[in-house]
Every structure is written in structure tokens, then in C-alpha cells.
Design a protein around this ligand. Structure first.
Ligand SMILES: Cc1cc2nc3c(=O)[nH]c(=O)nc-3n(C[C@H](O)[C@H](O)[C@H](O)COP(=O)(O)O)c2cc1C
Length: 192
């Protein structure tokens, strides 16, 4: 009797909660492509707009260490071993929203292991920008931080430039699609 492999669950979110976010749109493209090339991956796509967290500082945390959005986000992270993160680029850096969210998630709750939200996770990083580089400079910054809190980040990074045209076309350009398929294969492999 063969035992069906357990699904590889991936939580997808963008570091932008802007209406019409190119990064959110890129996630939708990646997930659509994955449904063709990697049906072994199942995705939960969320918007950080639905998890509003105050700007982190330790005084704010002391007054309310477990805001409801943090409890909900940590529960989501616990349910998924994979992460698909679309990071916009602001002045060559990840957005305040993404960094703020990661700061909150890094905090150890009562009864939690240190960095429980991150340890053992596997992440794939993508980014989109109307500019030519597609946010390429921010992705290694996100990778660096995630690796230091226990996340395995797959080697292939995907950035989509000229996002206002590339992401409104019915399909992504072939080289971008190929990079995404490579990245998904790496994600699937590391989640095995
Ligand atoms: C404060 C700020 C700084 C930005 N810096 C960069 C940058 O360094 N590189 C870049 O490619 N785009 C930059 N942009 C443009 C963003 O890529 C663009 O606003 C993009 O649409 C943001 O992602 P989103 O569509 O997912 O919200 C910047 C935008 C803002 C508001």
C-alpha cells in the first residue's frame, strides 16, 4: 500500500498592501504557474493588509505583546513549511511593512521556542518593480535576514522589471517563467 505524500504547504504574501500591488500580482502569476508545473505545492495567498500590526518597538510590544494580527499570523506560519515572499524595493531596501512584520514574527511568545515562526521554513523570494531592475537589490537583503533567523532560502531569486507592463500581459515573458519554474522546483525539493 502506498502512502500519499503530504502536501507541501506554502504561505504567500507580499511586502506591500497597496491596492493594485505589483508584488501581489506577481504572487498570483507564480501560483498560477505552480498549478501547472508543481501541483505538489499548495499555496495560501494572504495580504498583510489583513494583519495590521503597529510599528514595532519594544515599548509597544511591552504594552501589547500579542496583538490579534500577530497571533493570527503566527498561526498561519505554523501551518505552512514553505514561504513565498514578494518583496517590493524602496530605496534598494525591503519595505517597512515587510520588515515590521518580520520583526513582530521574530518575537518569542509565551510557550514558544525561539524564532518558532521561522526555524525550518523554506522560502522563495520574488520581487517586482516598474523600474528596470525589478527590485533585485532588495531581495538579497530579505534573504540575508531570513537566513539568519533559520529560514532556508532557495537559490533562485526572481525579480520582474517593468512590472506595469510585464504583469498586466496575459503571461509572463518566457525567461521569467523559466526562472519561476526553476525556483518552484528548488522550493519543492527543499520541502521534501
Ligand atoms: C519610498 C519609495 C522608494 C522606492 N524605491 C525604489 C527602488 O529603490 N527601486 C525600485 O525599483 N523601485 C522603487 N520604488 C518604486 C516601487 O518599486 C513601486 O512603487 C512599486 O509599485 C512598489 O511595489 P507594489 O506595487 O507591490 O506596491 C520606490 C517607491 C517608493 C514609494
Amino acid at each position: 500500500m502506498s502512502i500519499a505524500p503530504s502536501p507541501k504547504k506554502v504561505l504567500a504574501f507580499a511586502g506591500s498592501c497597496r491596492q493594485g500591488s505589483f508584488n501581489h500580482a506577481l504572487l498570483q502569476h507564480v501560483i498560477a504557474l505552480a498549478s501547472e508545473s508543481h501541483p505538489d505545492l499548495t499555496f495560501t495567498l494572504v495580504s498583510l493588509a489583513d494583519y495590521p500590526l503597529p510599528l514595532f518597538n519594544e515599548d509597544v510590544e511591552a504594552s501589547d505583546p500579542t496583538p490579534p494580527a500577530l497571533i493570527a499570523l503566527k498561526a498561519l506560519f505554523a501551518q505552512h513549511n514553505g514561504l513565498l515572499i514578494a518583496s517590493p524595493e524602496y530605496n534598494s531596501l525591503p519595505t517597512p511593512l515587510l520588515l515590521n512584520t518580520l520583526s513582530w514574527l521574530s518575537r518569542q511568545g509565551v510557550g514558544e521556542a525561539p524564532l518558532a515562526a521561522f526555524k525550518g521554513k523554506v522560502a522563495a523570494l520574488v520581487g517586482a518593480s516598474p523600474g528596470g531592475l525589478g527590485g533585485l537589490r532588495a531581495l538579497p537583503v530579505v534573504r540575508h535576514g531570513l537566513q539568519n533567523v533559520g529560514v532556508t532560502v532557495v537559490p533562485q531569486l526572481v525579480s520582474v522589471g517593468s512590472a506595469h507592463t510585464a504583469l498586466t500581459a496575459p503571461t509572463l515573458p518566457d525567461p521569467t517563467r523559466a526562472m519561476i519554474v526553476t525556483q518552484l522546483a528548488q522550493l519543492s525539493h527543499h520541502l521534501r
